[in-house]
Structures are given as structure tokens and as C-alpha cells.
Design a protein around this ligand. Structure first.
Ligand code: HAM
Length: 424
């Protein structure tokens, strides 16, 4: 019988890789903690209508990338392609938005039926943050500062650029959209096929078309700046000032529109050129219109999500993973003979109780002293604790240093916990 394979674009994260995932997630969570964000966990499946309404019917995500199916009761469900819509749904349903400010974060798998390639998968992981109830640009700045701090802690600052834009109010965007379509109609035949298709459904997305010829045509297009409403302009200028004061470098990119329909005013992306085509490692912005669109009272909101796989690829490519991340065992217990096996199990338990955080791997499954030593070495442990017949008789343990030039020591059972505590 042939063995079954995982679905294309959906990856197993194997034990050799998971220390890096844990390291990255730990770093990001520590920063979210520093800013007072609280975790929310949502289901990975939601009603299809949530994304149609929330993300937008004419986005790539909703038009061609969703995993949508009918459940046995005939309801149309979708594997979440992103976290924002579900977070708003959960916050509304559970009354988290009643005259309250919320700073929330979430993590987990998202699903998009995209063409898999390096940095682009069909199941991928995001960590996202969303804020509710704050209309002022200080929180836009906070979200950006938070992401900047996290990238800095990971050693990636030199390798990323912050792109920033404002999409203005929905009225301003409506007026601009009309002017843009009027212009693009005059050059319609010269647009790439994708952009022609988007001309009436989602013309703003043409602005960040990857086609060079389309980009050249856009040089003569009306600029959004001429349509921007005063309040949005002021919002954006304050944000830029706050970022300047905080020493954050950014590039204002008037063609940055992002691929989800819910944004208004601020949008931003952290981009790297160290990953090839899939260079956006984090994206976000303000979405003041989404809560009412999903049935809530008008509530200002802003957030971001970062792509975990892409950050991991960056850490690997740029050699930014601290070696200690891979050390998952401190002490490996080697036991020769049945008396040693019995005493060893009890000693390992004792150590785990006495020394908080100590990672002790006991050898299981027997085997020669030599083969156990090999396993100890392979485990990455710093020390091997050796118990043979003689040691059991003497009630001692041999401590062998596996990574440093140091004499082997012999320690009595009663002093072992204290000795290990001092060593590690
Ligand atoms: P997004 O730009 O669609 O935004 O996704 C955020 C990040 O997820 C991207 O910058 C990228 O790093 C990662 N990502 C997206 N698609 C894939 C993929 N197929 N494979 C691997 N990584 C991927 C959102 O999802 C918004 N919900 C962000 C947000 C939160 N805006 C406001 N609040």
C-alpha cells in the first residue's frame, strides 16, 4: 500500500526544527507581554460569510484562495485565511468591545490556496495583534514600535525596511478610486491581464501590481495625495512624527495598498530582500470600518500579523539563531546493569524535583555503556551522569563533561542535586 502524504503546501514541523519555532514564538510573545497585549484563541474554522464580508469579496483571498466546504449540516464553512475577521467576530460575540479598549494577540495556522513556493504555503502560521477602541495614531505607532522591537530582538533590524502609507477615509478612497479608474480606462489595453480583471472590482490593488509595464503606466495616474482628507492627513503626519521621535526608519510608499479590503488610513509592511519573492514578513494597518461591517458599533481598530515561516527563513538564511536554542537536554543519565537502572530512574526523578528547569534525559532501552555514551553525546547534553555497578555499591554518580575539558567527578547521591545546581 502506498503511504499517504501531507497535502501540498502543508508542512510538518519536525522536532529538529521546533526549537527554532519555540525560540521565535517565545521572543515575539515576550515583546507582546511587554506592551500589555493579552492572548485570544479563536477557532480555525469560521462561517464563510465572515471572510466574504470582512476580507472583501473582490480580494484574491476570497475569490480564489479560501478552503471552503459545506459541513454535514449544509453550512458553508471556511478554514481561516487570516485572523483579523475571526478576532473581531470573537470580540463582538463575547462583548469585549463595549466601551473598552482591547489589546489582543493570537497565533496559529492560517490557510490559503496559493501556489506553494519558498516562503509561501497553504497552511502557514501567523502571530497577530489587534487593538480596539483607540482612534488616535499613537496606537498605530505602538503597533509599529512593537514589531520593530521584536525584529530588533531577533537581530533582523538591518535586514528589513518599513513601508508605510495611508489609504485615507473611505470617502476619500471612493473619490480617488473613481479618478484612478477614469485614468486606467484610457490605458486599459496596455495593462497586464490581472490588472485588467481588477479594473472595476478592485482597482486600488492595481497600484501594487508586480507588472513593470503596469507600474510604468501608473507613473501618470492621479496620486492619492491629492484626494486625501484632512483628518487622515493629520493622522498620518502625527504617526510619522511619533516614529521619527522613536528613531524608526520608514519609507513612505504611496503604492502600498495591501491585499485585504478592510483597511483605512494607516497601512504598513516590513519587507526584506533576503528571502526572494516572498519578502513581506509582517503586514498590518488600521481598519476602523470592519467592526460595524461585521455588525458591531463603530469601533476604531488597528493591528498586524507576521508570518512565522518567513521570519524563520530569515533567521536561518542570515545565521541569526543562537546555538543555545538547539540545546534541549542538560544531563543524560547512563546506567549499566539492572541495579543501576533502578537507582538511575529514582535519581533522575529526584533531580527533576530538586532542580527547577533542569532537563534530564534518562537512557531507556538498555545497551552497552559505549552505545549509551554515544546517545548521550548526540542528545546535546552538557553532562552525562554515569551509574555502573560500582557506583551503585558506593552510592555515587560519575559526572562526565561532554562539551568541555574537565576531569570526571564522582559525587555522592545525597549531594548530587546541590552539585548539579551549582554546575548548570
Ligand atoms: P497578510 O498580509 O495577508 O495580513 O498576512 C500577514 C503575513 O502573513 C504576511 O506578511 C506574511 O508574512 C504571512 N503570510 C501571508 N500569506 C502567507 C503564505 N501563503 N505563506 C506564508 N506566509 C504567509 C493579514 O493576514 C492581516 N490579517 C494582518 C492584519 C492584522 N491587519 C490588521 N490586523
Amino acid at each position: 500500500m502506498s503511504t499517504l502524504q501531507a497535502i501540498r503546501g502543508m508542512n510538518d514541523i519536525l522536532p529538529d526544527a521546533s526549537p527554532v519555532w519555540q525560540y521565535l514564538e517565545g521572543q515575539v510573545k515576550a515583546v507582546l507581554d511587554q506592551y500589555g497585549y493579552r492572548e485570544i484563541r479563536m477557532p480555525v474554522v469560521e462561517p464563510t460569510a465572515l471572510f466574504e464580508r470582512g476580507v472583501g469579496e473582490h480580494t484574491d483571498i476570497v475569490e480564489k484562495e479560501m478552503y471552503t466546504f459545506d459541513d454535514r449540516g449544509g453550512d458553508s464553512l471556511t478554514l481561516r485565511p487570516e485572523g483579523t475577521a475571526g478576532c473581531v467576530r470573537a470580540a463582538l460575540q463575547n462583548g469585549l468591545l463595549h466601551n473598552q479598549v482591547q489589546r489582543l494577540w493570537y497565533q496559529g495556522p492560517m490557510f490559503r490556496y496559493e501556489r506553494p513556493q519558498k516562503g509561501r504555503y497553504r497552511q502557514f502560521y501567523q502571530i497577530g495583534a489587534e487593538t480596539f477602541g483607540i482612534a488616535t495614531p499613537d496606537v498605530d505607532a505602538e503597533l509599529i514600535l512593537l514589531t520593530a522591537r521584536m525584529l530588533d530582538n531577533l537581530g533582523l533590524t538591518e535586514h528589513v525596511t518599513l513601508n508605510l502609507n495611508t489609504l485615507g477615509s473611505s470617502e476619500a478612497r471612493g473619490r480617488y478610486r473613481k479618478a484612478l479608474v477614469d485614468y486606467l480606462e484610457t490605458v486599459k489595453d496596455k495593462l497586464d491581464a490581472d490588472s485588467q480583471n481588477r479594473l472595476y472590482s478592485n482597482p486600488m490593488r492595481i497600484l501594487d501590481s508586480k507588472s513593470e509595464s503596469t507600474q510604468a503606466l501608473l507613473d501618470d495616474a492621479p496620486t492619492f495625495d491629492d484626494y486625501l482628507d484632512d483628518e487622515s492627513r493629520e493622522h498620518f503626519e502625527t504617526l510619522c512624527r511619533l516614529l521619527d521621535k522613536a528613531g524608526i526608519n520608514y519609507t513612505i510608499n504611496p503604492r502600498l495598498v495591501r491585499g485585504l479590503d478592510y483597511y483605512s488610513r494607516t497601512v504598513f509592511e516590513w519587507i526584506t530582500d533576503s528571502l526572494g519573492a516572498q519578502g513581506t514578513v509582517c503586514g498590518g494597518g488600521r481598519y476602523d470600518g470592519l467592526v460595524p461591517m461585521l455588525g458591531g458599533k463603530p469601533t476604531p481598530a488597528a493591528g498586524f500579523a507576521l508570518g512565522i515561516e518567513r521570519l524563520i527563513l530569515m533567521l536561518e538564511t542570515l545565521n541569526k539563531i543562537p546555538a543555545s536554542v538547539f540545546n534541549t537536554v542538560d544531563a543524560y543519565v547512563i546506567m549499566a546493569g539492572s541495579a543501576a537502572e533502578e537507582a538511575g530512574m529514582a535519581l533522575a526523578e529526584q533531580l527533576r524535583s530538586d532542580v527547577p528547569g533542569l532537563r534530564v534525559q534518562s537512557h531507556c532501552g538498555g545497551g552497552s555503556f559505549k552505545s549509551q555514551m554515544k546517545k548521550a553525546d548526540k542528545s546535546g547534553a552538557r553532562i552525562a551522569l554515569i551509574l555502573g555497578e560500582q557506583e551503585v555499591q558506593d552510592r555515587t554518580v560519575g559526572i562526565k563533561f561532554l562539551r568541555e575539558e574537565k576531569e570526571q567527578q564522582s559525587i555522592g547521591w545525597d549531594e548530587l542535586s546541590k552539585a548539579i545546581q551549582e554546575l548548570i
